[in-house]
Design a protein around this ligand. Structure first.
Ligand code: PMP
Length: 354
């Protein structure tokens, strides 16, 4: 049996794979989901249900729109300043990793970026705590979960300015208070569905305030008006996301999955801290519940452990090249039994290599 610890695109529930394959063969009257028009009432119902489920699961308040867009989280790095920042204005960013860094890079085309704090000097192994967000910032941007380094910020920094969050790798994994944010974006390919769709949750009242000339495809208001169908949407990705959100609801929603996610993370971190062969790479208080990064006390054992783990069914545990070691991504759909299987292998390997 394979256990998929891949960082994304990642494991989705088996039942979602089965339902999605069925729809490829027969979605409606013998027609495949891949051959129907996005303007059919059946597909319009899919988008409506996906939006409704996302709103329900995250308890999205009135006054916010939920969009399914394309271009990945990476396009949001540019769309955010394009829609929210006027020339001459400054936006504040917390630099917690490569993705935050790429978001910062895009700002210069529209205004100025002010990096309020960075943990770059420590290869992003912690989340900076002491920083102030200037009150004249157009908005404050942070990445809630740093997929590559395995750090996560579970709280929202206190500020009076609009808050924008890249929640690509921990959206739908824990209960959040959406009213604390003005814009949340996330590439779908972790806890929402397959790659190809990007979810944006935006407070309507923050839009329409820039003088920037915004191409229609990059203007949130166009997509709100078009109900995520300003142009042909990623039909199959949205369909599978809808199935996955249905699955999440059937599991008891975000509050229930959060409990499982905590149990999975605890099981793995406990072993990393207990087993003398392994050590975590991040500040303990900032450890991610989604991406567990660790190395070996003796780097010479890393290759043999990787080989041993892969031979015994572990998939995708090699760490990102900028961190090395191992990264076990334990997203919503990964069962706790897979975490237990990895823990057992770590123990077995330690016994053999004392
Ligand atoms: N932000 C975070 C936190 C990510 O983990 C990723 C990709 N893994 C991205 C942004 C970039 O997303 P995309 O590939 O969808 O553009």
């Amino acid at each position: 049996m394979r256990h998929n610890f891949g960082a994304g695109p990642c494991i989705l529930p088996q039942e979602v794979f089965k339902q999605a394959s069925q729809a490829v063969l027969d979605f409606k009257d013998g027609l495949s989901i891949l051959e129907i028009s996005h303007r059919t009432p059946e597909f319009e119902a899919v988008v409506a249900e996906a939006v409704k489920l996302a709103k329900e699961l995250l308890n999205v308040p009135e006054g916010y729109s939920v969009l399914f867009l394309q271009g990945g989280a990476s396009l949001q790095f540019a769309m955010v300043p394009m829609n929210l920042l006027n020339e001459g204005q400054t936006a504040s960013y917390l630099e917690t990793g490569v993705w935050a860094n790429k978001a910062i890079k895009e700002v210069k085309n529209f205004g100025k970026a002010n990096v309020v704090a960075s943990s770059k000097e420590a290869n992003f192994t912690y989340i900076p705590k002491d920083f102030t967000i200037p009150e004249d910032s157009a908005y404050f941007h942070f990445t809630s979960n740093n997929t590559i380094y395995g750090t996560e910020l579970l709280t929202v920094p206190v500020t009076k300015v609009p808050v924008v969050c890249d929640m690509s790798s921990d959206i739908m994994s824990r209960v959040i208070d959406v009213s604390q944010y003005d814009l949340i974006y996330a590439g779908a390919q972790k806890n929402i569905g397959p790659a190809g769709a990007t979810v944006v949750i935006v407070k309507d009242e923050i839009l329409g305030k820039t003088t920037n000339k915004i191409p229609s495809m990059l203007d949130y208001r166009q997509h709100i008006e078009g109900g995520s169908m300003y142009n042909t949407p990623p039909v199959f990705a949205i369909y599978v996301a809808m199935l996955n959100l249905r699955w999440l609801k059937s599991k008891g929603g975000v509050a229930e999955i959060e409990k499982e996610n905590i149990a999975k993370a605890n099981a793995l971190y406990t072993e990393i801290d207990r087993n003398p062969l392994f050590k975590g790479t991040c500040a303990v208080e900032d450890r991610s519940r989604m991406n567990v990064c660790f190395v070996m006390e003796n780097p010479e054992l890393e290759k043999p452990f990787l080989k041993f783990a892969e031979e015994n069914g572990m998939e995708g545990i090699k760490g990102h090249r900028s961190v090395g070691g191992f990264r076990a991504s334990i997203y919503n759909a990964l069962p706790i039994t897979s975490v237990h299987a990895l823990v057992e292998l770590m123990q077995e390997f330690a016994e053999k290599n004392q």
